[in-house]
Design a protein around this ligand. Structure first.
Ligand code: SF4
Length: 373
């Protein structure tokens, strides 16, 4: 966006013919001020989609110019055997047609198969009943030995809660141990929706919202950055989404440890909530735009394309998104088991660059700390 166009957009979003609420919100955003939770809710309930997109794009442009980030990455999912039984889950052995428990050797073999220029490994899976902190720490140590330059983003807060308790350590000591083993950062999974009533309905056996937030806060204080997710499009309301983002915004004010926020869409295939319809794409775009506007202190908004499909992910680039996650290399089953259209999620670097060029933006290959490469 050129500077002149930016000024024009500012005038458009503060249109005097708009409802007074939208004018007040637009003026705040143009002046870099924070909106309230009531205003966030108003955006969800009354904001016109094109206008929301313009507001989100203004913020995205001020933060990142025309850059869209991506990384060369791959996933390892050590197991889908799970002690929990979340009703929205299509991944765990409870609902999936398949189950697996990779050995450490099998994990290392998968790491060795990856090209040398991989930047990041993302390790998450189910909450296995018997595997503890030392088992998972050993995986990190052995990967570090064979690929010392690889950034290890590993284990959701829900996995950590269990493995650290199994080892009888405090959260802080467990995190310190994983850091010594080579943990680089923490993925955002397991946040689901923080509202306690909805959470107990859809994921009653899972770690509490309070524990999720505590683990991320303690990690940030130890210098371990992380991401945050929100599972949307199931039983929650707009109020629950604002509450979720508000708890994240509050924590981020204290620690500044979140790199990216990642909305994750509920998929209704092969799980206990399969009777619920999936949200239409316009609701996805509304959600991305409101997230970009509301979470003014989390630098990056990520479209996790294996979940929403490549075409919809490309559309999010007009609704505040600046990060396309990574090349993935057909290494995750979490969303393909839930019926996502990307059954073998993979981008080559040149395909990713072309994909971003198609919307007239500049692809920037990054490392795990968002340094351009
Ligand atoms: S969402 Fe995660 S914790 Fe819940 S059942 Fe599935 S794998 Fe287990």
């Amino acid at each position: 966006m050129e500077k002149g166009i930016l000024e024009e957009v500012k005038k458009l979003v503060v249109d005097t013919n708009c409802p007074v609420e939208s004018r007040v919100i637009a003026e705040k955003i143009c002046n870099g001020a924070r909106i309230t939770s009531e205003e966030g809710l108003w955006l969800y309930e009354h904001g016109e989609l094109g206008w929301l997109g313009m507001l989100a794009e203004l913020i995205r442009h001020q933060l990142h110019g025309n850059h869209v980030y991506f990384i060369r990455n791959f996933h390892i999912e050590p197991t889908n055997i799970c002690i929990n039984k979340c009703r929205f889950c299509s991944f765990s052995h409870h609902f999936s047609q398949t189950h697996w428990e990779l050995t450490v050797d099998e994990i290392l073999e998968k790491v060795c198969e990856q090209p040398e220029d991989m930047q990041e490994i993302h390790i998450t899976g189910a909450v296995h009943p018997d595997r503890d902190l030392y088992y998972y720490g050993d995986i990190l140590k052995q990967i570090r030995e064979i690929r010392p330059g690889l950034h290890m983003k590993a284990y959701s807060a829900v996995e950590m809660d269990h493995m650290i308790r199994q080892a009888g350590l405090t959260i802080e000591d467990g995190l310190k141990y994983l850091k010594e083993c080579g943990l680089g950062s923490i993925p955002g999974g397991g946040a689901e929706i923080f509202d306690e009533t909805i959470r107990s309905d859809i994921a009653g056996m899972k770690s509490s919202s309070e524990m999720w937030l505590e683990i991320h806060e303690k990690a940030h204080r130890l210098g371990i950055s992380s991401n945050a997710t929100m599972l949307y499009g199931h039983l929650e309301t707009y109020t629950h989404r604002i509450d979720h983002m508000d708890r994240l915004r509050h924590l981020q004010d204290k620690t500044k440890g979140f790199n990216a926020f990642i909305p994750l869409k509920f998929k209704n295939w092969n799980n206990e909530m399969a009777q619920l319809p999936e949200l239409p794409v316009v609701e996805d775009m509304r959600n991305y735009a409101v997230a970009r506007i509301y979470l003014d202190n989390i630098p990056h908004l990520k479209a996790y394309w294996p979940a929403i499909g490549k075409k919809n992910a490309q559309l999010t680039l007009s609704f505040g998104v600046d990060d396309m996650d990574g090349t993935i290399n057909d290494s995750t089953k979490i969303y393909s088991l839930a019926g996502a259209e990307e059954q073998s999620p993979r981008f080559t670097v040149s395909e990713m660059q072309e994909f971003i060029h198609q919307v007239k933006r500049i692809p920037v290959e990054r490392d795990s700390r968002y340094n351009p490469l």
